[in-house]
Design a protein around this ligand. Structure first.
Ligand SMILES: [Zn+2]
Ligand SMILES: [Zn+2]
Length: 145
Protein backbone atom coordinates (compact mmCIF):
# COMPACT_ATOMS: atom_id res chain seq x y z
CA UNK A 1 0.00 0.00 0.00
CA UNK A 2 1.35 3.43 -0.92
CA UNK A 3 0.91 6.69 0.95
CA UNK A 4 -2.80 6.89 0.21
CA UNK A 5 -3.60 7.67 3.87
CA UNK A 6 -1.29 10.69 4.02
CA UNK A 7 -2.62 12.00 0.76
CA UNK A 8 -6.28 11.87 1.72
CA UNK A 9 -6.08 12.49 5.44
CA UNK A 10 -8.66 15.27 5.40
CA UNK A 11 -11.21 13.09 3.65
CA UNK A 12 -13.65 11.07 5.70
CA UNK A 13 -13.15 7.36 5.34
CA UNK A 14 -16.29 5.51 4.37
CA UNK A 15 -16.69 2.12 5.99
CA UNK A 16 -19.24 -0.62 5.69
CA UNK A 17 -19.94 -4.18 6.66
CA UNK A 18 -22.43 -7.01 6.74
CA UNK A 19 -25.14 -7.78 9.31
CA UNK A 20 -23.10 -10.33 11.29
CA UNK A 21 -20.03 -8.07 11.25
CA UNK A 22 -17.56 -10.61 9.87
CA UNK A 23 -17.05 -8.80 6.58
CA UNK A 24 -16.00 -5.15 6.62
CA UNK A 25 -14.63 -2.76 4.01
CA UNK A 26 -13.38 0.77 3.61
CA UNK A 27 -13.48 3.29 0.82
CA UNK A 28 -10.74 5.89 0.53
CA UNK A 29 -12.88 8.15 -1.57
CA UNK A 30 -16.42 9.18 -2.30
CA UNK A 31 -19.55 7.40 -3.34
CA UNK A 32 -21.32 8.73 -6.42
CA UNK A 33 -24.55 8.34 -8.40
CA UNK A 34 -26.63 6.93 -5.57
CA UNK A 35 -29.83 5.54 -7.01
CA UNK A 36 -32.71 3.26 -6.23
CA UNK A 37 -33.89 0.90 -8.93
CA UNK A 38 -37.37 -0.59 -8.60
CA UNK A 39 -37.12 -3.18 -11.39
CA UNK A 40 -38.00 -6.84 -10.64
CA UNK A 41 -34.36 -7.96 -10.93
CA UNK A 42 -33.17 -5.40 -8.38
CA UNK A 43 -36.00 -6.34 -6.02
CA UNK A 44 -34.74 -9.91 -6.05
CA UNK A 45 -31.06 -9.00 -5.90
CA UNK A 46 -31.57 -6.66 -2.93
CA UNK A 47 -34.39 -8.67 -1.28
CA UNK A 48 -36.24 -5.40 -0.99
CA UNK A 49 -38.67 -3.02 -2.69
CA UNK A 50 -35.78 -1.55 -4.67
CA UNK A 51 -32.04 -1.30 -4.79
CA UNK A 52 -30.18 1.33 -2.78
CA UNK A 53 -26.84 1.50 -4.47
CA UNK A 54 -24.00 3.90 -5.19
CA UNK A 55 -20.98 3.70 -7.41
CA UNK A 56 -17.43 3.60 -6.15
CA UNK A 57 -14.01 3.84 -7.79
CA UNK A 58 -12.70 0.26 -7.67
CA UNK A 59 -9.18 1.37 -6.73
CA UNK A 60 -10.52 3.24 -3.70
CA UNK A 61 -12.36 0.21 -2.31
CA UNK A 62 -10.73 -2.43 -0.12
CA UNK A 63 -11.89 -5.26 2.09
CA UNK A 64 -10.81 -4.92 5.73
CA UNK A 65 -11.96 -8.24 7.16
CA UNK A 66 -13.77 -11.41 6.22
CA UNK A 67 -13.01 -11.36 2.50
CA UNK A 68 -12.68 -15.15 2.57
CA UNK A 69 -16.32 -15.36 3.71
CA UNK A 70 -17.63 -13.55 0.61
CA UNK A 71 -19.67 -15.46 -1.89
CA UNK A 72 -19.80 -14.13 -5.44
CA UNK A 73 -22.69 -14.43 -7.82
CA UNK A 74 -22.28 -13.53 -11.47
CA UNK A 75 -25.11 -13.27 -13.97
CA UNK A 76 -24.73 -14.27 -17.60
CA UNK A 77 -24.31 -10.60 -18.52
CA UNK A 78 -21.27 -10.32 -16.23
CA UNK A 79 -23.02 -8.30 -13.56
CA UNK A 80 -22.53 -9.75 -10.15
CA UNK A 81 -23.09 -9.39 -6.45
CA UNK A 82 -20.95 -10.31 -3.49
CA UNK A 83 -22.55 -11.25 -0.23
CA UNK A 84 -21.67 -12.59 3.20
CA UNK A 85 -21.92 -16.37 3.24
CA UNK A 86 -22.79 -16.32 6.94
CA UNK A 87 -25.53 -13.68 7.26
CA UNK A 88 -26.49 -13.06 3.64
CA UNK A 89 -25.98 -9.29 3.48
CA UNK A 90 -25.27 -8.17 -0.06
CA UNK A 91 -22.31 -5.82 0.12
CA UNK A 92 -21.32 -4.83 -3.38
CA UNK A 93 -22.00 -5.06 -7.07
CA UNK A 94 -19.38 -6.20 -9.54
CA UNK A 95 -18.87 -6.30 -13.27
CA UNK A 96 -16.72 -9.18 -14.48
CA UNK A 97 -15.42 -9.55 -10.95
CA UNK A 98 -14.44 -5.89 -10.47
CA UNK A 99 -16.26 -3.89 -7.77
CA UNK A 100 -18.53 -1.22 -9.24
CA UNK A 101 -20.60 -0.09 -6.32
CA UNK A 102 -21.84 -0.75 -2.82
CA UNK A 103 -25.25 -1.40 -1.34
CA UNK A 104 -26.16 1.66 0.74
CA UNK A 105 -27.78 -0.49 3.41
CA UNK A 106 -24.39 -1.90 4.41
CA UNK A 107 -22.60 1.47 4.56
CA UNK A 108 -21.89 2.71 8.08
CA UNK A 109 -22.67 6.22 9.33
CA UNK A 110 -23.28 9.08 6.90
CA UNK A 111 -21.58 8.55 3.56
CA UNK A 112 -22.47 12.14 2.57
CA UNK A 113 -24.59 11.16 -0.37
CA UNK A 114 -28.32 10.92 -0.97
CA UNK A 115 -30.30 8.83 -3.41
CA UNK A 116 -30.57 11.15 -6.40
CA UNK A 117 -33.09 9.25 -8.43
CA UNK A 118 -35.59 6.42 -8.43
CA UNK A 119 -35.48 4.47 -11.66
CA UNK A 120 -37.74 1.85 -13.25
CA UNK A 121 -40.64 2.95 -11.07
CA UNK A 122 -42.86 1.81 -13.95
CA UNK A 123 -42.12 -1.76 -12.94
CA UNK A 124 -42.23 -1.32 -9.18
CA UNK A 125 -43.96 -3.87 -6.96
CA UNK A 126 -47.72 -3.38 -6.61
CA UNK A 127 -47.34 -3.22 -2.85
CA UNK A 128 -44.82 -0.41 -2.84
CA UNK A 129 -45.84 3.20 -2.32
CA UNK A 130 -43.26 5.66 -3.57
CA UNK A 131 -43.35 9.01 -1.76
CA UNK A 132 -44.11 12.22 -3.65
CA UNK A 133 -41.28 14.61 -4.28
CA UNK A 134 -38.56 12.14 -5.18
CA UNK A 135 -36.98 12.26 -8.63
CA UNK A 136 -38.35 9.32 -10.52
CA UNK A 137 -38.23 7.82 -13.99
CA UNK A 138 -40.53 5.18 -15.47
CA UNK A 139 -37.47 3.44 -16.86
CA UNK A 140 -33.76 4.23 -16.70
CA UNK A 141 -32.31 7.66 -16.16
CA UNK A 142 -32.19 9.89 -19.24
CA UNK A 143 -28.52 10.48 -18.44
CA UNK A 144 -26.59 7.28 -18.84
CA UNK A 145 -25.23 6.13 -15.50
ZN1 LIG B 1 -22.14 -11.37 7.61
ZN1 LIG C 1 -32.93 -2.61 -11.46
Amino acid sequence: MNNIFNKKESQTLITGGCFCGVITYKINGKLRDARSCHCPECRKAFSSQASAYALVNPEEFSWVSGKNMLTSYKSKKGEGLQFCSICGSTLCGTFNGVIQGVTLGCVNDDPKIEIGMHIYVGSKAKWEIIPDGVIKYQEGSPEKI
